[in-house]
Design a protein around this ligand. Structure first.
Ligand SMILES: [Fe+2]
Length: 392
């Protein structure tokens, strides 16, 4: 059965070369990893720290499950030469299987428990305290909260928890850090329940590829039906193209249910096409989406990361946030050159230099509005700057 999409007027999916990480240079025998940046010392005016108002400090011993569990299975990305050059497919393997050295081949994990009951309660209390002043409506989501990493130390410490990041890094097969775009710390997504007379609500999220490398999506509520995480088992580019032309086969997608609040699914959302199915009954579905970046110094972002964030903030917030992230990516590359001058491989030094110049040049063009990259979504939505609406 083809999934019914009402709007196929969207442009082409980004080409693989523009959003897949650049492969490791043949000159680099071992992966080089950058240092996680410390938390910024400035904050956007609209996200002032409200630490004095917090009733609970994040305590990993109380709020995280111990030990953090390893799910039985994960899905990984495997080359799919039948589908075309450079294509991948998703394959289920036991999580104990040895992985390819230095390969960022994670698609996503089975759900596993992340937060204890106390952790879920503390997080929901944090959301309640901030919801009225921070919730917004965007063209894509009925209601979200962003910026909690600045306003809530609980959220900041949860995102930066060394124990959690170590655990997630083993699935990612690369050291990670909390995403350097700090507004990405725990985006809260609210999935609407159906209104009276409706069979189901609007989809909680449309088919898309993430702009950040990895996300951990933690469920914070129960008491609803539907709201499963849908993931295509096909190559991400091909899946997005099929969705836009109404040729997508739902049989080639998996529906993943979170067993209860506190469970999370960790995924390389930048490389898998995914969506959230509409709620069919019950109350609001609330998730916390923590974003993480690969610390592989050679990894680059899909250019649409700039436009993806611009949907949710004013330019005064998303420009500095994006610039910080690009500065971290470039800093890692330059630090690598500082520590490892390319005496015996001049080509490698030049390759890194080109990456830094390209990244900075593109950042300047994006910020000045000289270049734009469409966010890979299944539905046409407007992305004009400032198009968001504050909830009353
Ligand atoms: Fe996503």
């Amino acid at each position: 059965m083809a999934i019914n999409q009402t709007d196929q007027s969207h442009g082409e999916a980004e080409k693989p070369t523009s959003f897949f990480p650049i492969p490791m240079s043949s000159h680099t025998p071992q992966r080089q990893v950058g240092k996680a940046p410390s938390f910024p010392s400035t904050h956007p005016a609209q996200y002032p720290p409200k630490i004095d108002l917090e009733v609970t400090e994040f305590d990993p011993k109380i709020h995280l499950v111990h030990p953090l569990p390893v799910p039985n299975n994960i899905k990984i990305l495997q080359k799919d030469t039948d589908a075309g050059p450079g294509c991948v497919k998703l394959v289920t393997v036991p999580s104990s299987n040895p992985r390819k050295k230095n390969g960022e081949d994670l698609a996503y994990t089975e759900p596993f428990r992340v937060l204890t009951e106390e952790g879920v309660a503390a997080f929901n209390a944090t959301i309640s305290r901030n919801e009225e002043s921070m919730a917004i409506v965007t063209p894509r989501n009925p209601k979200i909260i962003r910026g909690l990493g600045f306003t809530s130390k609980f959220v900041r410490d949860f995102n930066e928890s060394p124990e959690l990041i170590r655990h997630l890094s083993t699935f990612a097969n690369v050291p990670l850090c909390a995403h350097p775009m700090t507004t990405n710390y725990s985006q809260i997504n609210f999935g609407e329940a159906p209104r009276e007379g409706e069979d189901h609500a609007k989809p909680a999220d449309v088919w898309h590829l993430d702009s950040v490398d990895y996300v951990l999506v933690v469920m914070l509520t129960d008491g609803f039906e539907g709201g499963e995480l849908l993931v295509s088992d096909m190559d991400a580019n091909q899946a997005m193209e099929a969705i836009r032309t109404n040729d997508f086969l739902s049989e080639l997608a998996s529906a993943n249910k979170y067993p209860k609040p506190g469970y999370g699914i960790f995924m390389q959302g930048s490389r898998i096409a995914h969506a959230v199915s509409p709620l069919t009954a019950g109350s609001t579905r609330i998730t916390a989406v923590n974003s993480y970046a690969s610390r592989d110094v050679m990894r680059i972002d899909r250019p649409s990361i700039y436009n993806a964030l611009s949907m949710n903030h004013t330019k005064g917030v998303y420009d500095p946030d994006y610039l910080r992230h690009i500065a971290v990516r470039c800093m890692w590359k330059l630090e690598h050159l500082v520590q490892n001058p390319s005496y015996d491989c001049p080509d490698q030094g030049e390759e890194i230099l080109d990456l830094v110049i390209d990244q900075l040049t593109m950042a300047r063009r994006l910020i000045k509005g000289d270049e734009e990259h469409r966010v890979p979504l299944s539905e046409e939505i407007k992305l004009q700057q400032g198009e968001f609406q504050k909830l009353n």
